[in-house]
Design a protein around this ligand. Structure first.
Ligand SMILES: Cc1ncc(COP(=O)(O)O)c(C=O)c1O
Length: 376
């Protein structure tokens, strides 16, 4: 293997709900969902049934024929998000979703400059990585002066950047994930909306990590009460099946050939994403994410030592410790058998459990973290 990932010496071979098992049969609690991917729980019966029965019929045909599942998925994402009039384009990953969104914005208004924010992560492909605030993953060939980085939640620099440049689009995570669970303030998102309207720019809501109901709304940006022009999605919408999507406001017109993909929107990927949408609606998982998120954050704030800040929305939670979180993560994983995540802020633990996590599982995690922090 091309050695780009620092690996835990654990091989996961089986999973169910919020639990996974390694090759020795050891059980772990999954409070991370493999970077926010597991939304309805591992191996959910409806998901397994939908994917299995789809592959028996047809797994793939190209985007040169009608694929009815795409239309069904568009209807279901429209209903869950309350944006029935938005148009759906399907692709394969979060980076590809953002790439397409940035391209579409530029096709739409003919402009070039993109505003992105300090701490942002938008993916590893050409323009998505150029809009990502991490020089270590931007290759010389990706560098471009078309991306302007601004501080998050700073209204003055945003206003000035619009006044001084021909802005095509603004791309922003509703809650920065990799950046350490930093919330875009609702007032700031409303300002982005109004500046995009004033200057004919496109507001792109990167919902790859914070979307799919995780925040207690289908799109976390919608806590601000204004619509984005394009929402980008991946991770949770496929519950592990690779699928990306962009949801596009009705005023942005399509043209043949403007976007495209071989694999995007294939029968099997759509079946997986439809199963996810079904379970989210039937089991009211957006409400559960809000409720369980509140419970977790309230209880985390009661832990008396070593926690400097608890922040987030729904089941996208950052726990900022008063020092490096790596030893705590290690104890959680190897002593307590619990997966949690890290972030670019080394003090922050990232929690991204499945949206149907139970109180019993939340308590298991809370007790373990309490034990580790109070023993230190
Ligand atoms: C906010 C955000 N955007 C985009 C991406 C890229 O998604 P993918 O890894 O599917 O390309 C990620 C991945 O972590 C992400 O967190």
């Amino acid at each position: 293997m091309f050695d780009v990932y620092p690996l835990h010496d654990i091989e996961i071979v089986r999973a169910e709900g919020s639990r996974v098992w390694d090759s020795d049969g050891t059980e772990y609690l999954d409070m991370y969902g493999g970077h926010a991917v597991i939304s309805i729980g591992h191996t959910h019966p409806h998901y397994v049934e939908m994917v299995t029965s789809q592959i028996k019929n047809i797994g793939f045909y190209s985007n040169s024929v009608i694929i009815g599942q795409q239309r069904e998925l568009a209807r279901k994402i429209g209903a869950l998000s309350g944006k029935e009039d938005y148009q759906l384009f399907l692709c394969n990953s979060g980076a590809e979703a953002n790439e397409n969104a940035l391209k579409l914005a530029s096709f739409h208004n003919g402009k070039k400059k993109v505003i992105a924010f300090k701490g942002a992560f938008h993916g590893r492909t050409s323009l998505a990585v150029a809009a990502t605030d991490n020089p270590n993953i931007v290759a010389p060939v990706n560098r471009t002066d078309n991306v302007i980085f601004l501080p998050l939640n700073d209204p003055e620099t945003l206003e000035k950047a619009f006044a001084e440049n021909e802005i095509s689009s603004v791309i922003i995570e509703g809650i920065q994930g990799v950046g350490g669970i930093r919330l875009a303030e609702p007032e700031f998102l409303r300002q982005i909306r109004s500046l995009c309207d004033r200057y004919d720019a496109v507001y792109i809501a990167d919902s790859v990590q914070c979307g799919c109901g995780r925040s207690g709304k289908y799109y976390s940006h919608d806590w601000a009460g204004v619509n984005a022009d394009i929402y980008t999605m991946a991770k949770g919408i496929g519950n592990g099946f690779p699928i990306g999507a962009i949801s596009i406001a009705p005023h942005i017109a399509p043209k043949y050939g403007m976007l495209g993909t071989t694999f995007g929107g294939n029968h099997l990927a759509c079946a997986a994403a439809i199963a996810v949408a079904d379970v989210i609606a039937q089991d009211r998982l957006i409400e559960n994410a809000a409720r369980m998120g509140e419970y977790l954050m309230d209880e985390l704030r009661k832990i008396p030592v070593h926690i400097r800040d608890v922040r987030g929305r729904g089941l996208m939670i950052g726990v900022e410790l008063d020092g490096d979180s790596a030893p705590v993560r290690k104890k959680l994983l190897f002593d307590e058998k619990i997966f949690v995540g890290s972030s670019s802020n080394k003090n922050v633990l990232r929690l991204l459990p499945a949206l149907n996590i139970t109180k019993a599982h939340a308590d298991l995690f809370l007790n373990a973290l309490n034990r580790i922090l109070t023993a230190n």
